[in-house]
Design a binder for this molecule. Structure first.
Ligand SMILES: C[S@@+](CC[C@H](N)C(=O)[O-])C[C@H]1O[C@@H](n2cnc3c(N)ncnc32)[C@H](O)[C@@H]1O
Length: 223
């Protein structure tokens, strides 16, 4: 496995050990991850469709800039920019952020945790979290949605991509980078509702060759 030549420490003292584990794990695989997934959307028409729906909603509300939280090497942030959004990326892994800045120098990327965003209340017009809360232990997830709701304006769009647990309940699995969790889509929708979101729609996609689990996508608005 190719590894980055440097592994800087996460930018802030992280409050929970799983965050440190996640950051270190993504630092270690960042180059490989970037090479594997840079062009992945090209062969995922349903994923592109749900991202296009998100972008249309965010543009229509014109509620302000959009953030991709847990942006990894930035290819999805760049895709959202291509859909006409004023978007920046945030990621816990400093190596991922370095790669994103190198690949997309015209876009803004910040190292940090989506648990404590450096943003005032109600400043964003949209958030995409694309497979970026998958490593959060289930009990720890509600504050993430509260933080997302805090920084969004009323009416702003929120798109969540995740691994679905079709038979429920929420379950840990051996994700290649570090432990991850599959969620029943209704449970995630309920958690988001409790944090102040209204569901706009949902999309489930069956696993493709080489994928293990069904993919879930929830499109929401901030109340
Ligand atoms: C599976 S990758 C997804 C990356 C990108 N969204 C994509 O679709 O390719 C998960 C990313 O979320 C980031 N991440 C996990 N927890 C985070 C947190 N609390 N704050 C910011 N980024 C986080 C990881 O560092 C990793 O880059």
């Amino acid at each position: 496995m190719t590894e980055p030549s440097t592994s800087p420490q996460p930018s802030s003292s992280l409050p929970a050990s799983y965050l440190r584990t996640t950051s270190d794990a993504y630092d270690a695989v960042a180059v490989l991850y970037s090479d594997l997934f840079r062009d992945s959307l090209d062969s995922l028409p349903l994923d592109r469709a749900v991202l296009a729906a998100f972008a249309e909603l965010a543009r229509a509300t014109d509620a302000g800039p959009v953030a991709e939280l847990g942006c990894g090497p930035g290819h999805l942030t760049a895709h959202l920019r291509g859909l006409g959004l004023d978007v920046h990326g945030v990621d816990l892994s400093p190596v991922m952020i370095g790669l994103a800045r190198e690949a997309y120098p015209d876009l803004r990327f910040e190292a940090g945790s989506m648990t404590a965003l450096d943003l005032a209340d109600g400043t964003l017009g949209g958030i995409v979290s694309w497979y970026s809360v998958i490593h959060v232990p289930p009990r720890e997830l509600p504050p993430y949605f509260s933080e997302f709701r805090r920084v969004l304006r009323p009416g702003a769009a929120f798109l969540l991509g995740f691994f679905e647990a079709e038979d429920g309940p929420v379950a840990a699995f051996d994700h290649k980078v570090t432990t991850a969790y599959r969620w029943p889509i209704d449970d995630l929708a309920a958690l988001a509702r409790q944090a102040g979101f209204v569901e706009v729609g949902r999309m489930l996609r069956e696993p493709l060759d080489g994928e293990r689990y069904r993919r879930g996508h929830l499109l929401m608005r901030a109340r």
